[in-house]
Design a binder for this molecule. Sequence first.
Ligand SMILES: [Zn+2]
Length: 518
Amino acid sequence: MNVKAKVYYCLTSVAIAMLTFAGNEANPDALELAPLPLPVEFKIDMDKPVPFDSSATVAVECPDKEAADWLAAHFKEWYGKDAPKVVSGKAPQALSSKLQAQSSEAYAITADASGVKIAARSLAGVRWAAYSLRQLAIAKRGTFKTEGRILPTMSISDKPHLGFRAVHLCWFPELRPQQIERAIRLAAFLKFNYAIIEPWGMYASEKHPWWHWPNPTMTKERIRSLVALGHDLGITLIPQVNAYGHASASRSCTIKHVALDFSPEYEPLFEPGGWNWCLSNPATRRVLREIIAEIHEDFGNPPYFHLGCDEAQPPTCPECRKSPYGDLVCKHISSLAEFVKSRGARAMIWHDMLLERGDPRWEGFVHSGSKDTAKLADTLPKDVIICDWQYSYKNMKEARIDWPTMAYFNEKGFSVAGCPWRNYNAMKPMADFIAKIGGFGLVETTWHHLRDSDWASMYRFASSAAWGTPVRGRRASPVTDIEFANVLRMAGHDMKVDDYLDAGNVNYQLPPSWWIDN
Ligand SMILES: [Zn+2]
């Protein structure tokens, strides 16, 4: 009997993989390491470690000549004097043939006594390979301080399920900017390739300073530094400006308003109450264009721009009440989408105003529109990307396989992205459905839950769905502790965090007021 436990995973043997993912004969309780998200094909032997230190050589085959230099520079950053050497060259045929067809992001790795070898079609593939390796490398055993690292003997072949894989991050005033940076770094390590950033009144616009709260932390300098970081790590940052509802840049239940609370002279730009922009006021569109241009430029003019447009309210001002609201909204969004296009980007919007409340077809799905705004599904330009957020509100454990609202937008001719939140069981079937209909991608929304075990679950389940592989373990389990903790800590190391608040998945273990009050 073979005394070494071997872990082998492939798409057709999920059940077997789950059973054999732990232990060996000597220690059946032992756990196996695996990178997040789990690679499509993954074979590992933890009981045969190989050196991953300055004595090791990593051979890279990639048509992109920058790839080997990128890898060497990052090994140096991550491992210092213990960094393995990187050489560029031809990978063994057996490894190159493992590159899964049709994906420029595919990669394959072997690590054994003969060294570490990587094959990839692009720098993106080399990055994903590097993040898989990094998650599997641990310090050599038996020393006081780290003296180089080891890897398990392994073989990986991997490719993404969806080409567009994003997290949506909210830059709340309460959030430390360090948290946003960690979230971006972590998203890249989990092989998301886009991050949509919603400013929540924290964007330091120079053109319209009344559109941010005092002392905004989303400064131009910080944005540019995060954009450059994303460029290096393989994740493109996309700005968001809510161009219709959510004009207060605050959660509605708080009644805070980024403009009206401190600068009431801008009242005409908003509908009474302030939740919607006033769409009939020409000054509104001018202001929005100016903010869009400014923030798009600060983000380095990325190829997408999110215009929000969710959860808007019916019009209340006398001018907006004059004409059918669907026509006014369509003109407004189309004009801004056209403006975004003139800047070389595609507009994205949330979907819900395009589905009529009370339409029996959407029972059980998020739909916030009226009969009039639902006409937008026929009138909006088809190059607007519809971000269909479905959160399984009535059944958060839902694992449906059909997503009729996404099919609807797809049939109308739109590119559609599936957007889950905390409905973890729904993420993989949603990603599978998007792949099946040839949809645009997956956007994992995080809102005010970028913390605690929800953060781990949102990232683990969504990245796995976007790569088409199952999640190991439950929401909270020793597997989660190893997988997520390791990679979160790496993000912190790379940022050189030295504040207690920036360690772990929460700022405080206990509410600080406990000690002040007592
Ligand atoms: Zn109005």
